[in-house]
Design a protein around this ligand. Structure first.
Ligand code: IVH
Length: 794
């Protein structure tokens, strides 16, 4: 991910106080994108990439910059959003009262400031006590339960706070949730609370999956979220979900005067409450509660990541109200991640699906936050070197809610004599192929490709994993067994297993404990997927680098069917730009419009002579020469970037001629423009389809009877520009005019070349001429490029 967000990481080294206005603006933009990306992974896919603490740090940085430059707050600022939009697949429900999030406190001073702010807001002095309810903060999934006349009628997830998903059928299976209420109750009652899993039950569930070799959940939160969003309520019922109530949504009549009173009423209705909770009244007692719970943390049955303080009196809560996405009357005081020290027995190297070598710390067993840990991630070779981790070291291990802990550092004073720095292997430990690190990458990869059994097995595992083909019963151990026996070496083999057995090529019953029933179950699981797999699951299951779940879904929605996707990939490969063009496109400081002007200029033979003139003037610097050529759109910063990159006039002119000769065609640009794709994933996709063997896999799956379901296309009729007549004029900055027109058509707009009374809007770029003037005369809406992008939500 780091490469995607290269700019903010370098800016992030600058203290907030030292940021210039331009830097702050750039960083806020980058942070908005990055946080939205992590929100999506966390809320819609339950597959976060970064620990919560790292996410919190991003949100805090964003908040700190906004506090210093309030005028720079963006419309899409993460501080104005809660969570992420609902995932597809469940009916959407609009919350009667929005579901908000909580602000965070980290240091004791933050908690003190929380109380002081409340005093200031209420205009209360130090001597008036304010009562609070303090309780643990469990990291689960918030849920709103709606009761009408004492019956549970609707359960919804938070979603983006305004709109969530209807998960009623699944919530009905949770034991802790009362389905009817004992009298008396208000006619309408919405109870808000947290769906979560107890640590022991979570670990036992994961152990069961591990034994079957199936995917594990990273932490109880993901497990709770994944279980609640099951299509089949039977699956939810089999998961150990719990619920506690902590607040109210819509209520037809007041049920209490205080937060504590709400707890009492909830208890009487049969809800489990979040415990241990206490009444406290002022900073000292808040902090004492925090300390006490911190000490008892690992003996609680569930993982907690902090405590929550809430103003007790509901009338005060009402007066205090909300700021952006969080109430002023409550705050989450977070705990640091749990840590412990143990000896590092060894470092092993795992080889992933894409050949990435990941170092794993093999530890002497240690209990961290109530969980026995024997392995931890060391991330990558740079991290090992940076922390100077050596075998034999006493290391600090940290668990931040996740099952996979991290090694955060070593205790150098305790280093055993003779411990040597770790030498990262430059060959794959599984297949012996060379392992290389590409420029700018932190990961070293095995170059063995399909000959590397570790990679091939990982790909199979990925293919059958939960978000891909989701074939239960084909776990890691069985894949290992089938692979070693040569029964399944590619995804296609999975679907030909049964016919091959029927033909008597081999038998399963009798080996490794396979019995009639287990074989039958396996075939059933496979056949369930043969008859209609979602296109996005197939795309994701292929395991193409940079094509994760989000990108796979986008591709599926964009192309609609397997045939359309395959045709689109073929067309894109045919329209793929050459290496010289891609090199130029990757240059910072050279945008799309500069590029097209530059290449158009080079395509004109007359201009070659102009360049030739300067070849005989070695005294001039390349930057100066580029400036003197006077190419429209090539401004000073672009000239500088070009000169810095290409260095000599000869190299630059050759590269420009090559780039001009190999420009991308429309099909390539269309692929790059698919949301979440971009140049990097497009290149991986092209690379995948240029490999004949990969195409054969898709063909083979079809021949084995796998049918792929079409994706639902978003109806063009529902876009904001559907049916509108649009004209583009002038030079656009973020895309070519062709690309903009193609996108508008995709969204259901009619694109024409001339402005008339029938035109609905004219999008003007730089140097727009008569068409813009005419539009204004006719009173037709004129949009800038930025406004157009805002309108279509891009
Ligand atoms: S009260 C108006 N109490 O933490 C918001 N939330 O990070 C009322 N959470 O969205 C929330 N334990 O999902 C509250 N004891 C507790 C909680 C709790 C966990 C969750 C909740 C909230 C999130 C904010």
């Amino acid at each position: 991910m780091t490469d995607l967000f290269a700019t903010p990481a370098s800016l992030r080294a600058i203290p907030v106080e030292a940021l210039t206005l331009e830097q702050a603006q750039a960083e806020l933009e980058a942070l908005a994108k990055e946080i939205a990306h992590h929100d999506r992974l966390y809320h819609q896919q339950d597959t976060p990439e970064i620990p919560d603490a790292a996410y919190d740090a991003l949100v805090r940085r964003n908040g700190a910059i906004e506090a210093r430059f309030p005028e720079l707050q963006r419309a899409d600022s993460p501080s104005l959003r809660v969570g992420a939009a609902p995932a597809a697949g469940f009916r959407k429900v609009r919350h009667a009262v929005p579901m908000l999030s909580l602000g965070n406190a980290f240091a004791p001073e933050d908690a003190a400031e929380f109380v002081a702010r409340i005093r200031r807001f209420l205009g209360w002095g130090e001597d008036t006590p304010i009562a609070f309810v303090a309780e643990p903060k469990i990291d689960g999934l918030s849920c709103s339960l709606r009761y009408e006349n004492g019956r549970l009628v609707l359960a919804a997830t938070r979603g983006d706070g305004a709109e969530g998903e209807d998960v009623t059928a699944n919530v009905m299976t949770i034991k802790d949730v009362p389905k009817t209420l004992p009298t008396p109750y208000p006619a309408v009652l919405e109870v808000r609370g947290e769906v979560y899993m107890n640590r022991d039950e979570f670990l036992a569930m994961n152990k069961g999956y591990a034994e079957k070799g199936e995917d594990l959940f990273a932490n109880p939160r993901n497990a709770a979220a994944g279980s609640l969003r099951q299509k089949d309520p039977k699956v939810t019922a089999s998961r150990p979900l719990c619920f506690f109530g902590y607040a109210l949504g819509e209520v037809s009549e007041p049920i209490a005067d205080t937060q504590w009173g709400i707890r009492e009423r909830l208890k009487a209705w049969g809800f489990a409450l979040n415990r241990p909770a206490e009444h406290v009244d002022g900073v000292d007692t808040l902090l004492r509660f925090y300390e006490q719970i911190g000490q008892r943390r690992s003996s609680l049955p569930f993982d907690i990541d902090g405590v929550v303080y809430k103003v007790d009196r509901l009338d005060l809560q009402e007066r205090l109200g909300f700021v952006s996405r969080a109430p002023r009357w409550a705050i989450a005081h977070k705990f640091p991640a749990e840590q412990a020290q143990t000896r590092l027995k060894g470092i092993t190297i795992q080889v992933g699906r894409t050949g990435a070598l990941t170092p794993v710390a093999e530890l002497e067993d240690i209990t961290v936050g109530g969980v026995v840990v024997s392995r931890a991630t060391l991330h990558n070779e740079d991290e090992i070197a940076r922390k100077d981790v050596r075998v034999g070291d006493l290391v600090v291990v940290q668990r931040a809610g996740d099952v996979i802990p991290q090694v955060v550092g070593v205790v150098e004073a305790q280093r055993p004599e003779g411990a040597e720095p770790f030498v990262f292997p430059d060959h794959c430990p599984e297949c012996g192929s060379l392992a290389v690190r590409e420029e700018g990458e932190v990961v070293r990869r095995c170059t063995g490709g399909l000959i590397c059994p570790a990679q091939a097995k990982e790909r199979l595992r990925h293919f059958v994993s939960r978000n891909a083909f989701d074939i239960e019963g084909l776990g890691e151990k069985i894949i290992e067994e089938f692979w070693n026996d040569g029964l399944v070496r590619s995804p296609v083999d999975i679907f030909t297993l049964e016919p091959r057995i029927e033909r008597g090529e081999f038998a399963l019953i009798g080996r490794f404990g396979w019995k009639e029933k287990s074989v039958e179950n396996l075939f059933k699981a496979i056949n369930d997927r043969r008859n209609g797999i979602d296109l996005h699951r197939l795309i994701f299951g292929l395991g193409i680098r940079h094509v994760g779940e989000v990108t796979a879904r986008s591709l599926a929605t964009h192309y609609g069917s397997l045939d359309a996707w395959l045709a689109g990939m073929d067309a894109a490969i045919g329209a793929m730009p050459g290496a010289a063009w891609r090199e130029l496109a990757a240059l910072k400081g050279v945008g799309p419009s500069t590029m097209s002007a530059l290449l158009a200029w080079f395509n004109d033979p007359e201009n070659a002579a102009k360049v030739g003139f300067y070849a005989n003037q070695p005294a001039l610097r390349l930057e100066t020469v580029i400036g003197m050529l006077g190419i429209r759109e090539v401004k000073a910063n672009a000239a500088k970037a070009l000169a810095a990159h290409y260095e000599t006039l000869e190299r630059w002119t050759e590269a420009m001629a090559a780039a001009a000769a190999a420009q991308p065609g429309e099909a390539w640009e269309a692929l790059v423009r698919v949301p979440d794709v971009g140049e990097v994933a497009a290149e991986e996709l092209a690379g995948f389809f240029l490999e004949e063997r990969n195409k054969e896999i898709i063909q083979g799956l079809r021949e084995a009877g796998v049918t792929v379901l079409d994706a639902e296309k978003p109806k063009a009729a529902s876009t904001p520009v559907a049916g509108k007549t649009v004209v583009f004029t002038g030079t656009l900055e973020t895309m070519t005019r062709d690309a903009a027109e193609a996108r508008a058509r995709e969204l259901g707009a009619k694109v024409t070349g001339s402005v008339s009374k029938k035109t609905d809007c004219v999008v003007v770029g730089a140097d727009a001429g008569s068409k813009a003037t005419k539009a204004r005369e006719l009173g037709v809406t004129v949009l800038s490029e930025r406004e157009w992008l805002d309108l279509i939500g891009e």
